[in-house]
Design a binder for this molecule. Sequence first.
Ligand code: FAD
Length: 402
Amino acid sequence: MSAWTNWVGNQSFAPREVIPVADEEEVQDQVARAAAAGRRVRTYGTGHSFTPIVETDVLLDTSSMRGISRVDVERQQVSAGPKTTIRDFGEPLWQHGLALANQGDIDTQAIAGVIATATHGSGRRLGSFSSALAGAKVVDGQGNRIEISTTSQPDLLPALQTSIGLLGIMTEVTISVVPAYELWARTDVMHFDQMIESFESDVEDFRHYGFFWMPTDASARLYNLEGAGADDCVVKRYREVPVGMSREDLGPHERVGRSYEIYPMVYDPNFHEVEYFLPIEDSKEVLRSMRELMLRWLPLSVYPLEIRVVGGEQAWMSPNYERDNLVVSISGQPGTDYWPYLRACDDLFAEFGGRPHWGKLHFMTRERVASLFPRHNDFVSVRRRLDPAGTFLNEHLEALFA
Ligand SMILES: Cc1cc2nc3c(=O)[nH]c(=O)nc-3n(C[C@H](O)[C@H](O)[C@H](O)COP(=O)(O)OP(=O)(O)OC[C@H]3O[C@@H](n4cnc5c(N)ncnc54)[C@H](O)[C@@H]3O)c2cc1C
C-alpha cells in the first residue's frame, strides 16, 4: 500500500489499507471489521497536522462525506459532513445570514480535523473550533453509532470537543455559528517595543489581535509577509463592522470584507511548526523572553514568531481549557537539525505551564499532559469506555492517552 503523507511532508506512513467510506453505515462496518481483526483504524481531514496523529493500520477516507447537510437559522447551527472544509462554509452560511464565529490562518482544513485538534484563530473573547461543536454523530471503537450533543449524553461533549480522533469517527458535526459579519482589518508594521507598549490595550480593544515578529531581515519572506525587517512586527488588528460598510476612505493598510474572505493567509509548505498556549497574564514576560531566545538561536530561529490570543473554553483536552492564553508559534526549517532550538523553546514554555497544540510539534510526556490538563484523567476514562480495545490509538497517542 502506498504511503500517506501529510501536507507539509514531515509525517508519512504506509497503512495496510485505505478504505473509502461514503456514510455512517460504511464507517460502522469498517470500524467493526478492523476491531474484530485486531487492527487499528483512524481517519484524516486534510493532513495539515504536523504530529503523527493520523498514523494507523486501516485508514478511512471520508472524502465523499463533504458538504453542509442542514442550516438551522433560528438556532444558529449548521450540520456538515466531517470532510467539509472551512472554506465550504463561507458563502453558503452568508446566504443564510450566518458565519463561523472565528477562523484561523488558513481555510483549507476539514471541519472534523480542526475540531479534533482545537484549531483556533485569534481573539481574547473567542474560543477555538472545539468550542463551536454543539454535537456530532460518532462511530465508537466497536462500530456502534452514538450521538453526543448538548441534549444527548451532554456530559461527553467536552471530551468530544477536542478528541484528537480518540473517541470515535465523527460522521456528522453540528456547530454553533453567529450572525454574518464583516471585518475591518488593519495590518501595521511596528517595532517590537511599540508592539509591547500597545499590547494590552490592543488585546482588549480588537475582536482579533495577533502579530508576527521578525528575528532577521530575511524572516518576513518565509511566511509571505512584506515590509518588515529585523525586530519589526507585522501586527494584525481586526474589528467587526456592519455589513455593507463603505470601502471608501480606507487607508493603504486597511481592508473591509466578509469575515470568511478576510481571515485566510497564504503559506508555502516550507516550515515545521510548534505551538504552545501560555497564561495570558504572563504575555509580556513570555514575549520578551522569546525575543531574547530567538536572537540567541539564530540562524536556526529565522522563521517569524507568530503570536495570537485566544479565549478560554470548556473542552477538556483543549489547550484553552478554562484559561485565556497567549499562543506562541515557532517553526523549524525543513532540512536543518532544528530540534535543539525547539527544545530550548519547549524549556521556556514549560516554565510558564505551556500547553501544546495537538496538531503541531511538541515534547509532551504523559506526566506532563496530566499535569497541564486538569481533565486528562476524565478524558482517558471516556476514551477507555468508548474504545475499550484501543482501536483508535497509535504509538504516539498511546504514550499520552492509553
Ligand atoms: C499552513 C497551516 C496553517 C495552520 N493554521 C492554523 C491556525 O491558524 N490555527 C490553528 O490552531 N492551527 C493551524 N494549523 C494546524 C491545523 O489546523 C490542525 O493541525 C488541524 O487539525 C488540521 O486539520 P486537518 O483537516 O488537516 O486534520 P488532520 O491533520 O488530517 O487530522 C487532525 C486530527 O483529526 C482527526 N480527525 C479527522 N477527521 C476526523 C473524523 N471524521 N472523526 C474523528 N477524528 C477525525 C485525525 O484523526 C487527526 O487526529 C495550521 C496548519 C498548517 C499546515
